[in-house]
Design a protein around this ligand. Structure first.
Ligand code: ACO
Length: 331
């Protein structure tokens, strides 16, 4: 048999930097009351959300993704030519093909990188991080740029009182590269297609063409809530176990920002000490789907609540149903 050379990479990978972009238009709960029968008090108490950001004039998934990515690249201090792969995680890019990642790579001045989009809804960043870590460690790229960009406002049904208030737009990005010590723990991930009907798109392309209506997001909120507070709680524990850590060795917890009450349940389940810093960006950003985790990471680091080098547990979960989480060292 002819021997085929295999690529070889560094033993470990880590996140070098994070960047984020939130659109300028602030949408408070009051604004939504013209479309749904609700109240600021109900939305705040049931979800934690006070406001969210939606794209306005001149803003779109590309502008947000480029801003977050440029910030991550500059903060990493690396040469763009050394970025060998660009991954975009999104469920709100309009085109089934071509993917947006190649265009973003070119506009970012990254020459000839492997570039592709992935679709894993609110778990998309953690799915992408697992891929980026494997690519680096396999020696298939020196650095990977992972972007999560979403404009969920464009697929939100404003008259649906079960979802209209939940989502916001934004983007986050990280650079993943080689490391002397391990900065990304084993991913805990999975899916359950039997629950595809729990979070759905109101029409596929055929049905949308026939009805003339743009597809929107639909959701059985109670079913997602139940799944997140039971199955996902167990998955958070598996992330810690996989990394060989006890809850009291954690500094920061960044769960997907779907609902503050889900976060509270996960905290109780893990019995995290009070000293652990917990992401609560849902209050100002809502649920940004794939972009949630990197946006929350950037917010905690920028505000000084979390520090570079600290150990964090991240986990995302959503439509599919899909989920993914890992323990990381903060950049
Ligand atoms: N305003 C006021 N009252 C409301 C509203 C509203 N917008 N919506 C529902 N209610 C009422 C209901 O009518 C009901 O009243 P009743 O008790 O008199 O019958 C009551 O509030 C409770 O309704 P529930 O549907 O049980 O509300 P719940 O407490 O479950 O909250 C919510 C709904 C916030 C959507 C919650 O279920 C949730 O956060 N689910 C998880 C969402 C999530 O995690 N999504 C992530 C994935 S998204 C992705 O992958 C793209």
């Amino acid at each position: 048999m002819t021997e085929i050379l295999a690529s070889r990479g560094p033993q470990y990978a880590r996140i070098y930097s994070v960047g984020a972009a939130a659109p300028s238009r602030v949408i408070d709960n009051e604004y939504l009351l013209q479309f749904i029968d609700s109240s600021d008090e109900w939305i705040t108490q049931r979800t934690g959300i006070k406001e969210r950001r939606w794209i306005g004039e001149g803003e779109n998934i590309e502008t947000l993704s480029l801003t977050a990515a440029n910030q991550a690249i500059e903060r990493a201090g690396i040469d763009r030519a050394e970025i060998g792969a660009v991954i975009l995680s999104t469920i709100s890019h309009y085109h089934q093909t071509p993917a947006l990642a190649p265009k973003l790579a070119t506009r970012l001045g990254i020459p000839d990188a492997a570039a592709y989009d992935i679709s894993a809804a609110c778990a998309g960043f953690c799915y992408g991080l697992a891929q980026a870590e494997s690519i680096v460690r396999a020696g298939q790229a020196t650095y990977v740029l992972l972007i999560a960009g979403e404009t969920i406002s464009e697929i939100t049904n404003l008259t649906d009182r079960g979802t209209a208030f939940l989502f916001g737009d934004g983007a986050g990005a990280v650079i993943v590269g080689p490391s002397e010590t391990n900065g990304i723990g084993p991913v805990v991930w999975g899916s359950d297609g039997a629950q595809e009907g729990v979070i759905w798109q109101t029409a596929d392309w055929h049905a949308a063409v026939e009805s003339g209506e743009f597809p929107k997001l639909g959701m059985d909120g109670r079913a997602v809530f139940k799944w997140a507070t039971s199955f996902i709680a167990q998955a958070t524990k598996k992330c810690l176990d996989g990394a060989g850590l006890a809850p009291d060795q954690l500094d920061v917890f960044i769960p997907h920002q779907a609902n503050d009450r889900i976060t509270d349940t996960l905290l109780r389940y893990l019995k995290l000490p009070e000293s652990v810093v917990v992401a609560r960006t849902i209050r100002q950003y809502g649920n940004n789907s794939a972009a949630t985790v990197p946006m929350a990471m950037d917010a905690l680091l920028s505000s000084g609540e979390a520090k570079s080098g600290q150990t964090a547990l991240i986990i995302g979960f959503g439509a599919g149903l899909v989920y993914a989480g890992q323990v990381i060292t903060l950049p």
